[in-house]
Design a protein around this ligand. Structure first.
Ligand code: CUA
Length: 343
């Protein structure tokens, strides 16, 4: 009995992978629906192929007991198999896949539209995402590891890589696209309605490739505009320096962290920038982000301080050096200040 039940149980476990926030089989946009359709088509068709192959295998056992065919008949049968299985079947398969696949791919191309869609620039870094909104009213908005987009309309993503090749992929919205250093790739995606979607780097890019997750949120156009407006530089600038209580933490931040991280409104001596070994995420609105370390830790009280102390254990090999020169209370103080940076 256990054996009988183990088969559906195993299938059920497999099927749990078909739902969730990163499943291509749970599409939330037109392009993703096309991809899902192609997937089901392929799965169905190749299941048939599997059944046919198994059936032919079984048939071959049966044929052995039959009288031998003449050489001519053998030749004819072989030719029929080669023509059918080696030419006709692949041509038909590829033809059907092209009929579904080409339009699906084309809908993700950023062809000119009547109203040009919003452009969001995404840059892949080892191992985090830089997101820029160049068209935002009142100046460019920059965030990290969080992508907000308007729902119900197409959005063009211009993607590139800062160091190695990464791949931009929001499975529930559409196909993936490579992020290549020195080159900009474009993809058009649309979310049918507001929602939260998981995204993941889809090209192996080093030890922390798996911890390169992006939190994607689609909002109504008005909410999206409000979200952008909250992140205008002028507003964030006052946010950074408004509290005197955090002044000591800010000073430590300028000395140690501002070599790689920017916080709008914080003045950093030029000499600091000359020392900059690598670019880190912009932290101007970090208190409002859902996660830390590109999906490693949930953002909650004390999380940034904890991250600053333990980030090399939480995300080994990440590009931020261990903070050996700073005591845990100093790190926690920086974390407490950064947590207030929420528009
Ligand atoms: Cu970036 Cu994998």
């Amino acid at each position: 009995l256990i054996r009988v039940w183990s088969i559906p149980a195993f299938l059920a476990v497999l099927l749990t992978g078909c739902a969730g926030n990163k499943s291509i089989l749970d599409p939330a946009g037109r392009a993703a629906a096309d991809v899902a359709l192609v997937w089901w088509g392929m799965a169905g068709f190749f299941s048939l192929v599997l059944i046919m192959v198994v059936a032919l295998g079984l048939y071959s056992f049966r044929r052995r007991s039959r009288p031998k065919l003449s050489a001519l008949e053998e030749k004819r049968l072989a030719r029929r198999f080669i023509l059918g299985g080696g030419v006709l079947l692949p041509v038909a398969t590829i033809g059907v896949l092209l009929i579904f696949g080409v339009p699906a791919g084309q809908r993700m191309l950023p062809v000119p539209l009547g109203t040009p869609p919003d452009v969001i620039q995404v840059t892949g870094h080892q191992w985090w995402w830089e997101v820029r909104y160049p068209g935002a009213e009142g100046g460019e908005v920059v965030t990290a590891n969080q992508l907000v987009m308007p729902a119900g309309e197409p959005v063009d993503f211009h993607v590139t890589g800062a160091d190695v090749i990464h791949s931009f992929w929001i499975p529930r919205l559409g196909g993936k696209i490579d992020m290549i250093p020195g080159h900009i790739n474009r993809i058009r995606l649309e979310a049918d309605s507001p929602g939260v979607f998981g995204a993941q780097c889809a090209e192996f890019c080093g030890t922390q490739h798996a911890h390169m997750q992006l939190y994607v949120e689609a909002m109504e156009r008005s909410d999206y505009e409000a979200w952008l407006a909250e992140r205008q530089a002028a507003k964030l600038e006052t946010l950074a320096v408004q509290s005197d209580a955090h002044a000591p933490a800010r000073e430590v931040f300028v000395e140690y962290c501002a070599r790689c991280h920017r916080v709008a409104g914080l003045t950093v001596p030029d000499s600091q920038w000359e020392l900059a070994p690598i670019q880190g995420p912009d932290l101007s609105d970090i208190g409002a982000r859902p996660t830390l370390g590109a999906g490693v830790l949930a953002m909650e009280e004390g999380a940034i301080g904890y991250w600053l102390e333990h980030h090399q254990q939480l995300k080994p090999g990440n590009r931020m050096p261990a903070h050996l020169a700073l005591e845990p209370p100093a790190l926690q103080a920086i974390g407490d200040w950064l947590e207030t940076l929420s528009p």
